[in-house]
Design a protein. Structure first.
Length: 329
């Protein structure tokens, strides 16, 4: 049933995607803000309570509802799976910006592309040269594809196999959103935030993302240039601050033969690369500390889309085969 739930959710999302400013996102923001306001008193021991209420409670409630629905009807349980996956899994939840930036670059409208990138990632992109705009777009698109598709896919299939339905999808998305929200609240909104809560949210999400990130990287290697992807994984993953992101991006860079990582131009808030430097001359894309490969070009955006979709097909086929083996066995 997992295969059909994911398949139907992806098809529905392609036909009727959620809009950019949708009620799901607004609800998540309101929920995490409410839990922080009511359960976070600034003390270290409160961080576990806030995280549990923000992330675990919705997953547990969804699990309870699913078990009740499954007892009544397996067909309704499938519909419930599809509905929750539609809200938690899919490309269209982040591809609006990617598509708009790609269209702006194809029109040679770099000012609009920088504006959209700044709006998407909440950073100052006003001084980014074209190659750095492309690098940031590709890196963020790869990470977004992993977190909105492959990570959700992994946890849904794993916990669904244990009879918990969409609990895994909700748990992963809530953990990812929580870790991102607290950092965004402090950085972009300049609002006070509990540092311990930020650290806990990032740490727990890193644990949840450990296996999905490596499976996504392996998928990129299989459907791309396998030898270069594995070599990049082993050689270049430490270029990024966060191990899971480094493995994912270095493997994707090798699979596509792209130059990712490196130092951003002045005026940009520090990205997630270890080699970021605030100095340097404006307008120069410093390749120091980047992966091997050619600098990103506009055509590589389509290559990224192809890599991601081939990976989706790979994992869907694998789940289909496992489901078939389970039925036959």
């Amino acid at each position: 049933m997992s295969f059909f739930a994911v398949l139907f959710a992806l098809l529905i999302e392609q036909l009727k995607p959620l809009p950019r400013d949708n009620w799901v996102h607004e609800t998540l923001v309101s929920w995490v803000r409410w839990t922080g306001r009511n359960f976070d008193a600034g003390e270290k021991h409160h961080t576990r309570v806030v995280w549990a209420v923000s992330v675990l409670l919705p997953a547990v409630l969804i699990g309870g509802v699913y078990l009740l629905v499954r007892e009544y009807s397996l067909l309704l349980a499938l519909v419930f799976d599809v509905a929750l996956l539609y809200l938690t899994l899919g490309f269209r939840q982040f591809s609006h910006y990617f598509t708009d930036i790609r269209d702006a670059l194809e029109r040679s409208d770099e000012i609009e592309a920088r504006r959209l990138l700044a709006e998407w990632r909440h950073l100052d992109a006003s001084e980014l040269p074209r190659t750095e705009v492309l690098r940031h777009v590709i890196e963020h698109a790869l990470l977004a594809a992993h977190r909105h598709v492959f990570g959700v896919f992994f946890w849904f299939v794993l916990l669904s196999a244990l009879g918990l339905g969409p609990v895994g999808a909700v748990l992963y998305r809530m953990a990812e959103f929580s870790s991102r929200y607290w950092g965004y609240r402090q950085r972009a909104l300049e609002a006070p935030a509990n540092d311990a809560l930020q650290a806990l949210s990032r740490r727990v999400f890193s644990w949840l993302d450990y296996m999905p990130a490596r499976l996504t990287a392996f998928g990129f290697a299989v459907v791309g240039n396998f030898e270069e992807a594995v070599a990049g994984w082993r050689r270049d993953a430490p270029l990024w601050q966060h191990a899971n992101e480094g493995i994912l991006l270095s493997a994707a860079a090798g699979a596509l033969g792209l130059q990712l990582g490196g130092a951003a131009a002045p005026g940009v808030t520090p990205d997630r690369s270890k080699t970021f430097m605030a100095g340097g001359e404006a307008g120069i894309a410093d390749a120091q500390g980047s992966t091997a490969g050619v600098p990103p070009q506009s055509g590589h955006l389509q290559s990224v889309v192809g890599l991601v979709w081939r990976s989706v097909v790979l994992w869907m086929l694998l789940v289909a085969l496992l489901s078939l083996a389970n039925v036959v066995g």
